[in-house]
Design a binder for this molecule. Sequence first.
Ligand SMILES: [Zn+2]
Length: 505
Amino acid sequence: MTGLGRVHSVGLNAFAADIIEIQANISSGLPGVTITGSVDGALREGKDRVRAAITNSELKFPETKVTIALAPASLPKQGPGFDLPLAVAVLIAAKQASTSRLDGTVMLGELALDGRLRPVRGVLPLLLAARDAGFERAVVPLANVAEATLVSGLDVGGAQTLSDVVRWMSGDVVLDTVDGEPVAPPAAVVPDMADVAGQAAARQALEIAAAGAHHLLMTGPPGIGKTMLASRLPGILPPLGQEESLEVTAIHSIAGTLPEHHPLITAPPFVAPHHSAGMTALLGGGTGMARPGSVSRAHRGVLFLDECAEMGPKVLDSLRQPLEEGLVRISRRDGTAVYPARFQLILAANPCPCAPAHDVDCVCTSVQRRRYLGRLSGPLMDRIDLRVRMEPPANSALMTEAGESSAVMAARVAQARSAARERWSSDQWLTNAEVPGSALRQRYRPSLAALAPVEQALRHGRITARGADRALRVAWTIADLRGADQPEADDVVSALMYRDRGGQL
Ligand SMILES: [Zn+2]
């Protein structure tokens, strides 16, 4: 018996997806399966899964020579997602499946030994690429149907088993679909800002950070409310736009962190890795395909590093590249994997290693104290726009100062963000944090009076040129929050103060 089967699928290479053609050829010769075309270990093991799945689906695996090729050969192909198209290509070559529905169809899915289909990662970016390449239909594991349906303009069918797919190909059954618009998950319960008493300066810094997507450092003794404030930030950030939603969902799909039934992420992610997290967890990587790390899972949202001075200086320094470029480059044996990583960095640190509740109880030497926060100094700190040193509130403040609620702050943040988005719309910047320094100094230069405080700080060597740009960005946000057209001298002075505060760094 001889025959040829051809099925289309899609493969991921970090954040890029490519159409892959899978060919199975059956010819006379000794029984055995050969796979060619730059495939990884998981795919090689796939031939055993495919053989078992076919046999256990009451179909027949050909008892002759089977050659499987994945094209284009030059692209690396990874993971178990090619099991289903591989099995179908073999069945077509063995004349056990019809080809009538293959035109314009892509298939994805991992096979269990008993023929059931298991969900795969990255369905959203994979199918967006398939649609853009002109495919009209996708067959995916049932557990991936809700996510696959996020791709508009593509007919999606979900199957539970390999035999479901074979029977669908001959027109015997209809595959499962999801009706209606995709539903966002119920909003996560975020604690309210009203719970935070006192700390007016830190609350205001957090509001400015939210409104302009600026990076923020909070220092202060343990228990002062740094973590409390940071964990409330998602409650005052505006929801993601439609395109941002899809982009963020695609990253979490590859990371394997999407909920099955509500796959669309519409709220800015809040990612808080532990201070013991290593380079791979933070930036991405791992064996096989490079997985997105915390910096990418926080894309268009918040990366919160609590007790950040406990992180190694090397780990902290590795954040500079993604902070600068809005994407992360992960070096691999076979090249560089690139993922989006435009996040808002919120840092919290104790002022010293012994971390007492009251500064007077500190037992550290002055050298220890300097060294501790010194880990944060230099080029990384130059990228932090806002710094606050938090002090224990007076007892009377705890009794009387009820904080504003998240809803009130969120309304001001939303108004400031939309003012900024409108102003920068012709340049496609979404937030003040994204505006390049050259634009701040030339096309969008504030009045000479407003610029004076920055020029003075520069002249006295209190800030670097990069620091001056950062102060201007924050000044724009402060102006947006009070509904002004452009920053005035007072806004610039406030912005400079936020750079200096907590500033024994
Ligand atoms: Zn101490």
